[in-house]
Write a protein that binds this ligand. Structure first.
Ligand SMILES: Cc1cc2nc3c(=O)[nH]c(=O)nc-3n(C[C@H](O)[C@H](O)[C@H](O)COP(=O)(O)OP(=O)(O)OC[C@H]3O[C@@H](n4cnc5c(N)ncnc54)[C@H](O)[C@@H]3O)c2cc1C
Length: 366
């Protein structure tokens, strides 16, 4: 039996892929309702269709263009290919539904407490929120798909060192012209993302003083009276990729944010959670090393994104002004439009060849 902790995208997609192959899968989720609460803007590249075709109700809208702002308010418009904004709660529920249809069993309101290895078997303690008691269960394989603060990782002794961005966003009534707006600034990122009709997700991710960064940005973008426009609030942690973290130990596996696989440049993590789920399924079915499989598939791009993030964290306002100017050039903008955000290495290399001025920025990566 494979026991999966967490019914987010990483847990449910792993459950679906394994159950489809006839494996006995049980998923334990601490909340009573799948997909709630969530903290996610829901932007994903066209790469989603490499995994599965989401039903229409999961897609809030397609996005054709992004607008990247410099600190002074200058901007460059960059076309996007196949990007969509997802309804994140519906995505989680869709994945859980197809996993259950494939045979996975779900247990809601059940929280993973800890685990201990007894010969070849993992003994796992699960807390039942309704009954208020703890039950011990046995499993051969334990999957920690339990998000950035993974208790599974802590209990199995593979939590490692983690650094987090704090993401804070509101869904607010806001007119928009269909552009995703990005505001990179120092170590922080801010965004305005069109969502349901007449509404947008407005938020920030920051390493330090996130409340302050959020209040400043939301006032700037929505006005001093922004509170009146807010219809929902979300907040959550986003792990910074740490290549040193072990994601596999004696039949315990970490996948998705539990494995810190969010991309350090944009801080998106849904695609990597789904890719991790595919690699984990292959590893469990074939006996190959899970860590080798996923690192071969996305380790290089995650490392490059981390290097780019480290460089961006050192940029001054002036550097961002220069960058926006560089991207305003037609040939560079075109390159950016053809850039797969999930594969930053190809783009960085081509751009450096075309625009030698960018090599000046390479000093920040050292
Ligand atoms: C503000 C914000 C905006 C974001 N925007 C985007 C975006 O636009 N695009 C993108 O690609 N990514 C985005 N992300 C990142 C994305 O949300 C994550 O990468 C993604 O959710 C990771 O999926 P996961 O399944 O690994 O973890 P999660 O979605 O965190 O799921 C973990 C699940 O485990 C459950 N759980 C936790 N502990 C236990 C326990 N002890 N027992 C049982 N169950 C447990 C949780 O309840 C949850 O259901 C954003 C994140 C934030 C915070």
């Amino acid at each position: 039996m494979v026991m999966i902790i967490g019914a987010g995208p990483a847990g449910s997609y792993t459950a679906y892929l394994l159950a489809k192959k006839g494996i006995d899968v049980q998923v334990f989720e601490e909340h009573n309702i799948i997909g709630e609460p969530f903290a996610c803007t829901g932007i994903i590249t066209g790469i989603l269709s490499n995994h599965f075709k989401p039903p229409e109700e999961v897609i809030l809208r397609k996005i054709d263009s992004s607008r990247i702002f410099s600190p002074s308010g200058d901007y460059v418009d960059v076309g996007l290919k196949n990007d969509v904004v997802l309804d994140r709660a519906k995505l989680d529920r869709h994945l859980a539904k197809i996993a259950q249809e494939a045979g996975a069993k779900y247990f809601l309101g059940k929280r993973f407490v800890d685990c201990a290895k007894d010969r070849d078997i993992w003994k796992v303690r699960i807390y039942d929120r309704e009954k208020g008691g703890t039950e011990t269960m046995m499993t051969d394989a334990l999957v920690g798909a339990d998000g950035p603060l993974s208790r599974v990782a802590k209990s199995a002794g593979i939590y490692g060192e983690r650094k987090f961005y704090t993401g804070i966003q509101v869904t607010a009534e806001a007119e928009n012209d269909g552009f995703i707006e990005f505001y990179p600034k120092g170590k922080d990122i801010a965004w305005f993302v069109p969502a349901e009709k007449g509404k947008a997700r407005v938020g920030i991710a920051a390493l330090e003083r996130p409340d302050e960064v959020f209040r400043r940005f939301v006032r700037e973008r929505l006005g001093q009276d922004y509170e009146k426009k807010v219809v929902a609030r979300q907040a959550g942690l986003i792990p910074l990729y740490n290549p040193k973290i072990k994601t596999e130990k004696d039949g315990v596996y970490l996948v998705g944010d539990a494995a810190t696989t969010a991309k350090a440049t944009t801080l998106g993590g849904i695609n990597q959670s789904l890719t991790g789920a595919m690699c984990l399924t292959e590893a469990i079915l074939s006996g190959k090393s899970y860590e080798k499989l996923w690192k071969k598939r996305m380790g290089r791009e995650l490392r490059i994104a981390l290097l780019m993030r480290k460089a961006m964290n050192k940029f001054s306002d002036e550097d961002y002004e220069k960058l926006v100017n560089i991207f305003k050039k037609e040939k560079n903008r075109k390159l950016l439009e053809n850039y797969e955000r999930d594969a930053p290495s190809k783009f960085a290399f081509k751009l450096a060849l075309r625009e030698p001025r960018l090599l000046g920025f390479a000093r920040f990566m050292l």
